[in-house]
Design a protein around this ligand. Structure first.
Ligand SMILES: Cc1cc2nc3c(=O)[nH]c(=O)nc-3n(C[C@H](O)[C@H](O)[C@H](O)COP(=O)(O)OP(=O)(O)OC[C@H]3O[C@@H](n4cnc5c(N)ncnc54)[C@H](O)[C@@H]3O)c2cc1C
Length: 498
């Protein structure tokens, strides 16, 4: 009889875990607290418009990429799924016509940046060379290092040792410090103000290089469709999914996970439990804080070195086809938007590139996002405590809209705010940490992380999910699902099949 495995959490990691379990002869049951599956890989509808809540770029979207295999194995991508390749990763617009375009065509990017900042010729050329080199760097997603045999290890050493050294080197460089190498004030600002304070250069290079390597495209149909494909694929292999099934605790007997208790009191037993839930929630709530994992503990304690990343977003319904506007447009303004700190830029994402997404004829959906860290979450928490949450959301959304109008004033009477998302929304929806949807940010001072997902003193429980690997994101989510099943197979003496 097949062994039963309960997978807690129906995000991309939980769904991928179920797929690999079924492929290896296990019986997987996924328990997801939300009414729909997908976790942070989400999408929903407001006022007749589909709002995509996730994929801005997907590593492994290119069939030639080694990461593509992961998406193929989990049914996320098939040859039939069309991929939109972003030609301009972000238009960084400082106002007054000062614009840096992050072209996916690296030669064009270099040419234009040299014309923009000729005083930085030497450093621009070095930067572009580095981006070119990073195009060849991929996360090893076949199996975790500790499960590799000598042959695997030698192969990795021969093919990836150089990559590893580069990743290590640039992980220790802060974007803000690196920016000082440049003389042009706009180039400096562009590099220094990546995502959040203390962002490391490696993450920036990796992200941009996957775009220039044409391996950061977006599946047409959006995030929710990708989750649906993955779920249908897992179901086809025999996996069972229960949504609206919130797990209250993981049941442990004699140092062994034996099942779970749901919020409604229902008890379910299993041979194995995989917790594909955010690590802090798993350790502190589902396991009642009884187990400690050093790599997580040090991260939970130091949110300056290991911050999270979150967003405050206003979703705009625009009564015009915005296809001719940039897909990603970071707009700087003189008058800041004050949240936990003054924000001088809003990044707008324009979804008109995907004609399959639901919008009324002639309309477009644009999302204006302000990025922040744990402090942004605590700030919104205080606003909520004071009873001002609803009003403040509208006030901030209005300000985001005003920023948009600085570049597209003719749209003044053609825009409605149809949704506002804050870090509190993410926290409620995902049970993450301080409103995070993407694991820990790796700062230059932080250590990189590749957690095994095993807890000392607790048998038959494996963790999966983006929190196990620094930087998070969709590939780590799926990859850790695969790794979790490889560990289970190893313990059970089953030869793993992908
Ligand atoms: C706005 C936005 C943009 C993003 N852009 C990108 C991008 O461009 N590229 C990229 O690679 N990644 C992107 N991401 C990140 C990506 O979505 C995540 O890294 C990934 O989806 C994480 O998957 P996961 O399964 O590890 O975790 P999660 O998605 O957090 O899944 C955990 C699941 O566990 C469930 N859960 C929690 N507690 C319980 C409980 N007690 N009982 C039952 N279920 C529970 C949650 O509801 C959730 O469904 C983005 C995310 C957002 C929000």
């Amino acid at each position: 009889m097949a062994k039963k495995v309960i997978v807690v959490g129906g995000g991309v990691s939980g769904i991928a875990t179920a797929t690999y379990l079924q492929k290896n002869g296990y019986e997987a049951l996924v328990l997801e607290k939300n009414p729909i599956l997908g976790g942070a890989c989400m999408g929903w509808e407001r006022q007749g418009c589909y709002i995509d809540g996730c994929i801005h770029w997907l590593v492994g979207a290119n069939p030639k990429s080694p990461t593509y295999k992961l998406w193929e194995e989990t049914g996320a991508l098939t040859p039939e799924v069309e991929i939109f390749d972003i030609d301009n990763f972000c238009v960084v617009d400082f106002g007054d016509g000062k614009v840096i375009s992050m072209w996916a065509d690296l030669e064009r990017f270099e040419r234009e940046l040299l014309a923009f900042a000729p005083e930085d010729e030497k450093e621009i050329k070095k930067l572009c060379k580095l981006i070119k080199r990073f195009e060849r760097i991929n996360a090893p997603c076949e199996k975790p290092a500790d499960l590799m045999n000598l042959g695997d290890l030698l192969k990795v050493a021969f093919t990836m040792a150089g990559d590893y050294l580069l990743v290590e080197k640039y992980s220790k460089v802060d974007c803000k410090d690196y920016a000082k190498k440049f003389k042009n004030p706009y180039v400096r600002r562009w590099i220094a103000e990546q995502v959040i304070a203390n962002y490391n250069l490696m993450t920036f290079l990796f992200m941009f290089a996957h775009c220039t390597a044409k391996d950061g495209g977006i599946p047409i149909g959006g995030s929710l469709e990708m989750v649906k494909r993955m779920t249908e694929y897992a179901k086809g292999l025999g996996a069972t999914f229960r949504s609206g099934a919130e797990v209250e605790k993981i049941d442990v007997e004699d140092g062994k996970a034996v099942g779970v208790t749901l919020k409604n009191g229902e008890k379910l037993t299993a041979d194995w439990v995989v917790a594909a839930t955010p690590a802090e929630h798993t350790l502190q709530k589902l396991l009642d804080g009884k187990y400690s994992v050093q790599s997580f503990d040090e991260r939970f304690k130091d949110r300056k070195v290991y911050p999270i990343y979150t967003f405050t977003i206003a979703v705009l319904k625009v009564n015009e086809d915005t296809s001719s506007h940039p897909v990603s447009h970071k707009m700087y303004v003189d008058e800041p938007i004050s949240l936990e700190q003054d924000h001088f830029a809003v990044t707008f994402r324009n979804y008109s590139y995907d004609k399959t997404l639901k919008v009324p004829q002639g309309y477009s959906v644009v999302q204006g996002a302000i990025g922040g860290d744990d402090d942004m979450y605590f700030w919104w928490g205080k606003v909520q405590e004071q009873g001002d949450y609803k009003a403040k959301k509208q006030e901030i959304a209005q300000k985001i809209l005003q920023v948009y109008l600085t570049r597209f004033p003719h749209l003044k009477d053609k825009i409605e705010i149809i949704d506002v998302i804050t870090p509190l929304t993410y926290q409620r929806y995902l049970n993450g940490r301080n409103g995070s949807f993407q694991g820990f940010v790796q700062t230059a001072k932080g250590k990189s992380m590749m957690q095994k997902g095993e807890i000392k003193g607790l048998k038959n429980l494996i963790l999966s999910g983006q929190w196990l690997i620094s930087v998070g994101g969709l590939p780590p989510a799926a990859m850790t699902g695969k790794f979790a099943v490889q560990r289970i197979c190893k313990k059970d003496g089953v030869k793993f099949k992908a």
